[in-house]
Design a binder for this molecule. Sequence first.
Ligand SMILES: NC(=O)c1ccc[n+]([C@@H]2O[C@H](COP(=O)([O-])OP(=O)(O)OC[C@H]3O[C@@H](n4cnc5c(N)ncnc54)[C@H](OP(=O)(O)O)[C@@H]3O)[C@@H](O)[C@H]2O)c1
Length: 284
Amino acid sequence: MIKTLQIEDDIRILCGFNLNKNFKPKAEVVMNELKVSPKDRVAFVSGASRGIGRAITIELLEKGAKKVYAGVRNLKALKDLKEEYGDRLVPILVDLRDDKSIIKATRAARDTEILVNNAGVYEPGGFCSDETLDSLATNFEVNVWGLVKMTISMIDYLKLRESAAIVNISSVLGLASMPVAGTYCASKAAVHSITQGLRGELGSSKILVVGVYPGPIDTDMTRELDMEKDTPQNVARNVVKGLEEGKEYIFPDMMSKQVGELYLTEPLTVEKQFANFISEEEEV
Ligand SMILES: NC(=O)c1ccc[n+]([C@@H]2O[C@H](COP(=O)([O-])OP(=O)(O)OC[C@H]3O[C@@H](n4cnc5c(N)ncnc54)[C@H](OP(=O)(O)O)[C@@H]3O)[C@@H](O)[C@H]2O)c1
């Protein structure tokens, strides 16, 4: 407790302002009035073939989206969903490492109103090895450059809409780093910062800019991770609900809600916990 107060005092001094002692921020902060329901709207989801992207695609369709462009690298991945949703689901080829495919896909999907930047990779690695630069490049190429290129290609179309949304899937690991996944965390921290930057730049527009910060979710990405995980369906439900409520920060699962609460009040405690989490794992 004493340590916590010390940290908070240090932050106040560093920031040069005094927080009201009664100020208790919530993990899910509502910062503007713009609410974007998927009903009768057109969405684009990158990385829709599996995991969280597939679940968000289904949730958008179930919540009444007029059309969802499902960005995939292999059109066959959505054969079953295509049969179920027919013309409302439009599989579209996009590889975030290929500029031409991004331009082609965004031009074809120029009526998009909700852009969900979900596609991502996880390449393990920290900052003290021979593999650091390769691992950093792999994570940044898709998670950061790919996301930015998708957004740049789509932004002029989104600005034409009466209202629109950009949803960026970051991670709790974008808020604090875990040592063995340092380069992935750095890419997700960049996504967090890009989300804030976009929100600032688009502040006077009718575009809601949303950051999503999941904890461990049961997908192919975390197959090797032996710990409690939430479902992609739960993440998808909370992402779409957050959009409907106009939330700019979404902590979509049990673990991320706890981390989000703590992060907003004690970011240094979260950093220490994440660092220790890996050490404890390694000790087992
Ligand atoms: N799972 C978690 O615990 C967790 C937690 C926090 C954040 N996230 C984030 O959530 C997002 C979705 O992750 P997930 O768990 O659903 O992962 P996943 O099951 O591994 O799915 C990754 C998706 O991204 C696509 N993708 C990968 N590289 C691509 C590229 N170069 N171009 C286009 N698409 C590409 C994949 O397409 P293919 O099928 O063609 O490979 C797939 O659809 C990611 O941004 C991830 O960082 C995940």
